[in-house]
Ligand binder design. Structure first.
Ligand code: NAP
Ligand code: 8YV
Length: 325
């Protein structure tokens, strides 16, 4: 048995988080999946669970961890964690909001510019030596265009700020209207899509937003409209999206998240009117370090029974130590 307390990593962790954890804990990398027999002996010793935004922490796993004191997610999204089950087991869940907001908003705007101005396609045009043979096709003006944001939370508001600087008009949908935002509210994604040129999805994933952007919404966005998804793949009906891109129902898409990532279907990567990034919206050195610091602080606090730095909203007030964020 190791002298350091045992922590279970339920996903491949970013090295910044992995290294910080390893300074105080013995980190078991997905033992519950790779070696279930060894995990049966290990499970009662696990005091903390380390995950990522996409990692699966089901009720069946939590029920095998009688001494777990915290689930610390490296990411703001935690749709893979069964939070009601964690609460039922008395295990608070934490995440890393705010520290990644700027980066995700930056990438959203990067995708808006990339799809609108066809920047990756232009790069290929030059590299392939096609410039001498003729001018590149005209692109879509971004400044002054109409931006629609699906989910006006921390990141949605940061995207709006950036879009304002581009002279874009801003409208949004969310669960509730935000009168103080000064932006136009539409009660549904379809109503919003009908009024905008760039529709940006930035809600949480999970059952509450499953296929919020479906064939009807894409139809409403129309043949001059672009979809940007920096939220979760589950928010968009990927089959309907591929059909809409193939038949010109919408003009194009910028996608950071995929249904079966890291696998991306050929139907998507073979299309000329999409820009694809590998779930990298928070992937800068600065932000990944800040996420690791916060996730590690939450892990330590949870294991030591101290106030949690950033519990998920459902877990605020759980245990003696939680203080919210
Ligand atoms: P947040 O502050 O909680 O904002 C979420 C927003 O989504 C809120 O405005 C909320 O509406 C809205 N929303 C929730 N359910 C909805 C529904 N059914 N219909 C319409 N709107 C709904 O979260 P955040 O910090 O901005 O992060 C948002 C999400 O971005 C994360 O959960 C994560 O999935 C994703 N993300 C992705 C990456 C990436 O690498 N691609 C990185 C970071 C985050 P109300 O305000 O009315 O409640
Ligand atoms: C991370 C994310 O890439 O914060 C989130 O919800 O999806 C991203 O910031 C992810 O959590 C790390 O795998």
């Amino acid at each position: 048995m190791s002298s350091k307390p045992d922590v279970l990593a339920v996903a491949k962790l970013h090295p910044f988080y992995q290294t910080a954890l390893a300074s105080l804990y013995t980190v078991h990398d997905r033992t519950h999946v790779t070696d279930p027999d060894a995990f049966a002996d290990l499970a009662p010793r696990i005091v903390g669970v380390a995950g990522t935004g996409e990692a699966s922490v089901p009720s069946s796993l939590l029920s095998q961890l009688p001494n777990a004191k915290v689930v610390s997610v490296f990411g703001v999204g935690y749709d893979g964690v069964d939070v009601p089950a964690a609460i039922a087991h008395g295990i608070p869940v934490t995440h890393t909001p705010d520290v990644l907001t700027d980066d995700v908003a930056d990438l959203a705007m990067g995708l808006v510019l990339s799809v609108g101005r066809a920047i990756p396609q232009a790069d290929q045009f030059v590299r392939a030596g096609r410039w001498p043979a003729g001018p590149i096709a005209l692109a879509r003006k971004v400044s002054g265009a109409r931006m629609g944001i699906v989910g006006l939370g921390r990141i949605g508001k940061a995207i709006a700020q950036r879009a304002k600087a581009f002279g874009m008009s801003i409208a949004y949908t969310a669960r509730s209207e935000k009168p103080d935002s000064g932006f136009i509210f539409y009660p549904t994604a379809a109503a919003l899509a009908a009024e905008v040129d760039f529709l940006v999805a930035i809600t949480p994933g999970g059952a509450g937003t499953l296929h919020l952007i479906n064939a009807e919404v894409l139809q409403a966005l129309g043949p001059r409209g672009f979809l940007i998804n920096v939220a979760r793949a589950s928010v968009v009906d990927e089959t309907a999206l591929i059909a809409a891109l193939q038949n010109g129902t919408i003009a194009g898409a910028g996608l950071d998240v995929f249904a079966n990532e890291p696998q991306v279907p050929e139907a998507l990567w073979s299309l000329p009117n999409v820009v694809l990034t590998p779930h990298m919206a928070s992937a800068t050195t600065e932000t990944r370090q800040a996420m690791a610091d916060l996730a590690f602080a939450n892990m330590q606090a949870g294991i030591n029974g101290q106030p949690l730095r950033s519990p998920v909203p459902e877990c605020i007030g759980m245990g003696a130590g939680s203080q919210g964020h």
